[in-house]
Design a protein around this ligand. Structure first.
Ligand SMILES: Cc1cc2nc3c(=O)[nH]c(=O)nc-3n(C[C@H](O)[C@H](O)[C@H](O)COP(=O)(O)OP(=O)(O)OC[C@H]3O[C@@H](n4cnc5c(N)ncnc54)[C@H](O)[C@@H]3O)c2cc1C
Length: 388
């Protein structure tokens, strides 16, 4: 039997694991982290590598260790060049990953790793029974769900019909396998407006002659994806006083700068626009259809027609639990409380039911607009660790 099982070994799950181990709340032989990948942070690493992202958006104090200055100290000792960027000292991805790796080695976290996908979770007397889709079964005293939504890719409505018929010329950038695009396919069309679309436009414009970015709204430049006031009592105190979860959801939606990215990406996009390597169409795609073996025609709401192949979707992830059937089943079976928006209603220490915790996107109604970020992972992990 385990003391703790963490479901999902990404940014959120690993932050909690490091916190539990370093705070002496669990030993690695009593902890299990279940994730479909063969190593910690695999999904985050794959996605950020695919975009060739160089620096994180978040500042140097947001990382997986307990002490906020741990990454800065680590950087002084390491010989990684250009370790930080800009006023907020945003860490390079290389530095961030090297720091994570050191933490995993120090804490022995990898010995708690189990490759698998959780398909079933059930209360059995005072314990939790966890089953994977490969029929492995584990018993644990405590369980934390840290799966987030990064396995549920968001495809816009207009793309769903055409994707049913081969050839599939509409690809999401975070699909497991995305082939490099041959040079004969030009222009390359990217659909999206946020940080993923911005990184991808920069990467592909530097590789190809002609790239078109189609965005639903004017590009939004913001340092972070919500106001830094949400990191502390300044905004969180009034948020936590809201008792009505519908209003909490509204506050989160209003606070998040969805579809935004930091200034240096905007400057780079402007440079590419001037060089005619990139063009931006502001409009919503209404329909699309195959018009040849490897050609797609997109029609925007202003009747603009664009012929291309393939189209790369950069519209992020689904925003709710509807797509996670095992979680829906768990909610029904264990009669777990959810708000109208479908998200868990949890206690201040992020407990959904006795010894069942959530972290990351699922803890949003308690942790607030930063829940999905590294800062949210730190807040959530510290609340859980302090409560046990
Ligand atoms: C381009 C980009 C840049 C970003 N930059 C920043 C940044 O600088 N700072 C910041 O704070 N945030 C940033 N974010 C947000 C970032 O995605 C989140 O901080 C973080 O990755 C979310 O962590 P997570 O653990 O929920 O998801 P992930 O890191 O994706 O981990 C979730 C894990 O759970 C696994 N899982 C899912 N279902 C199951 C199951 N049933 N059983 C077992 N395992 C399961 C998944 O396979 C995955 O491995 C960025 C996001 C993007 C897209």
């Amino acid at each position: 039997m385990f003391d703790w099982i963490i479901i999902g070994g990404g940014i959120q799950g690993c932050t909690l694991a490091v916190s539990l181990i370093k705070a002496g709340k669990v030993s690695t032989d009593k902890l299990l982290i279940i994730d479909p990948h063969n190593e910690p942070l695999a999904q985050w690493k794959r996605n950020t590598k695919r975009l060739e992202m160089k620096y994180l958006r978040s500042p140097f104090v947001h990382h997986l260790d307990l002490d906020p200055f741990s990454l800065q100290r680590f950087a002084r000792k390491s010989n990684i060049s250009q370790a930080f960027y800009g006023f907020y000292k945003r860490p390079s991805l290389n530095l961030f990953h090297a720091h994570c790796e050191t933490l995993f080695q120090e804490s022995g976290l990898r010995s708690s790793w189990h490759q698998g996908t959780v398909a079933h979770l059930e209360r059995k007397a005072d314990e939790w029974l966890v089953k994977t889709d490969a029929t492995s079964t584990f018993i644990t005293k405590n369980v934390a769900i840290a799966t987030g939504f990064t396995d549920s890719l968001h495809y816009p409505e207009w793309s769903k019909e055409i994707r049913k018929n081969p050839p599939d010329l509409i690809r999401h950038i975070f699909e497991e396998e995305v082939q490099e695009i041959p040079h004969e396919y030009e222009p390359i069309v990217i659909v999206g407006a946020g940080i993923t679309a911005a990184h991808l436009s920069i990467k592909l414009s530097n590789l190809h002659k002609k790239v078109i970015l189609i965005t639903r709204h004017p590009l939004r430049v913001k340092d972070f994806d919500s106001d830094p006031g949400w990191l502390g009592p300044n905004r969180m105190n009034s948020f936590l006083k809201i008792k009505d979860y519908k209003r909490r959801r509204e506050a989160i939606t209003e606070a998040r700068y969805r579809g935004s990215f930091p200034k240096e990406l905007s400057l780079e996009l402007s440079r590419l626009l001037k060089k005619n390597k990139l063009s931006i169409i502001h409009g919503e795609i209404k329909t699309c259809f195959n018009c040849g073996e490897s050609l797609v025609q997109l029609i925007t709401d202003s009747e603009q027609k664009i012929e291309t192949s393939p189209v790369i979707i950069a519209t992020g992830f689904e925003g709710n639990m509807k797509h996670l059937s095992w979680l829906q089943e768990l909610t029904r079976r264990e009669k777990l409380q959810c708000a109208d928006c479908g998200f868990p209603i949890v206690s201040k220490n992020l407990e959904w039911k006795k010894n069942l915790y959530v972290i990351g996107a699922l803890a949003e109604l308690e942790v607030g607009p930063t829940a999905r970020n590294i800062s949210g992972a730190r807040t959530a992990a510290s609340r859980i660790v302090r409560s046990i």
